[in-house]
Design a protein around this ligand. Structure first.
Ligand code: CXF
Ligand code: ZN
Length: 370
């Protein structure tokens, strides 16, 4: 079938809105009518060549939810009509990590920037007959997609699909980093550097954990205002040493229990590290450009202060566990989702959506389909 898609064709070029051919799902695959897909910064890194993907053309988009239209004959537990959230790491179910329920560590994860389906073949082609890849094995910037069942989580039908799409990337990344990586406890103090799609959800994750001091840091004032709405108790518009000093001033000179680096790690990691108290946690949730090869922490400081520096992908817990749990928290009113969506766009306007993200205007832009 033909489906309209936003295709990454060359570094530095806008996404190309074009019809592509989408083949039918194979045995273990599922065809999904995409209803909503979020504009995450990771795709922008790809468009700019800051994070390399293995091929072009490729349909980007990895924060998607939709409705199942067709399933292959080896698919279990997913049926046409089901509402689904797609996961940006597949969860193959067979590797040592998936066997332990750690789907966020799936052995197939390094392949998500390659382009092919989980089985190594392609399901998309362009008007010239060239294979078209799917970012994160999802390719969510399209009216329809075909993905392996390993990328599919069936959800209850009562959650609006635009809100469901949010729990595919930014929300689990941020909330999970606070709950499952740092394991923030009631009464703890937290610093969140970068209050975008990830960071705002670290703020609300810290609030859910009962943190009593939540310091949101950004260089865009509008994001700091939004952060208060998500639970920040203090806001700081500063970077570098000024950021460290502001946080120390707010924490009796000792720093926070947990710092989260949600944007621009080369520039923000050391200020965040130094704003963290002894034996505290520093969690990196942001991705860096390929050109950044190292992080800048003097080893003696790491040793002497006994802090833990850690990474968190997908909130450090299986999306199969976390996504349904986040939707339960949404239902009980504990998790804010609607408030994350700043603007919505038609697929044809997706490049405007990315311009708005880049200009700091959007917490989350979202492409909606009929
Ligand atoms: C990313 C993490 C790195 C690979 C692509 C997806 N997650 C969210 O933006
Ligand atoms: Zn993302």
């Amino acid at each position: 079938m033909i489906t309209q898609a936003a295709v990454f064709r060359a570094v530095g070029a806008p996404l190309s809105i074009e019809p592509i051919t989408l083949d039918a799902p194979r045995a273990s695959e599922v065809q999904v009518k995409v209803k909503a897909v979020g504009l995450c910064r990771t795709d922008l890194h790809v468009m700019r060549g800051e994070r390399r993907v293995a091929m072009a053309p490729m349909v980007l988009g990895h924060e998607a939810a939709g409705i199942v239209e067709q399933v292959g004959n080896a698919v279990n537990g997913i049926a046409p009509g089901d509402h689904v959230v797609l996961t940006f790491i597949p969860g193959c179910g067979r590797c040592r990590w998936c066997a332990r329920g750690l789907h966020h560590l799936c052995a197939q994860a390094p392949r998500i920037t390659q382009g092919p389906q989980l089985d190594g073949s392609y399901r998309r082609s362009d008007a010239q007959g060239r294979d078209v890849g799917a970012f994160c094995m999802i390719g969510g910037f399209a009216e329809r997609t075909v993905v392996d069942q390993a990328s599919v989580i069936v959800i209850d039908k009562d959650v609006p699909l635009d809100l469901a799409a949010l729990v595919a990337c930014g929300v689990p990344a941020g909330v999970g980093a606070a709950r499952h990586r740092a394991k923030v406890k009631a009464g703890d103090s937290v610093l969140v550097v970068g209050c975008g799609g990830d960071g705002m959800n670290v703020v609300q994750g810290a609030r859910l954990c009962g943190a009593t001091t939540i310091i949101a840091a950004d260089v865009v004032d509008a994001k700091l205002d939004w952060a208060r709405g998500f639970g920040a108790t203090h806001t700081v518009n500063a970077r570098g040493e000024a950021l460290t000093k502001a946080v120390l001033d707010l924490t009796e000179g000792v720093g926070v229990n947990h710092a989260f680096v949600c944007i621009d790690p080369p520039a923000t990691l050391l200020p965040a590290f130094r704003a963290t108290q002894k034996a505290g946690n520093v969690v990196v949730t942001a991705i860096t450009p390929d050109t950044v090869k190292s992080i800048d922490i003097p080893p003696i400081e790491l040793f002497a202060t006994q802090k833990a520096v850690m990474g968190a992908v997908y909130g450090f817990i299986s999306p199969r566990l976390q996504i349904p749990e986040l939707l339960r928290l949404y239902r009980t009113g504990d998790l804010r989702l609607a408030e994350l969506i700043t603007r919505t766009y038609a697929l044809a306007d997706i490049n405007q959506g990315y311009a708005d993200l880049d200009a700091g205007k959007n917490l989350r832009g979202m492409v909606l389909f009929d």
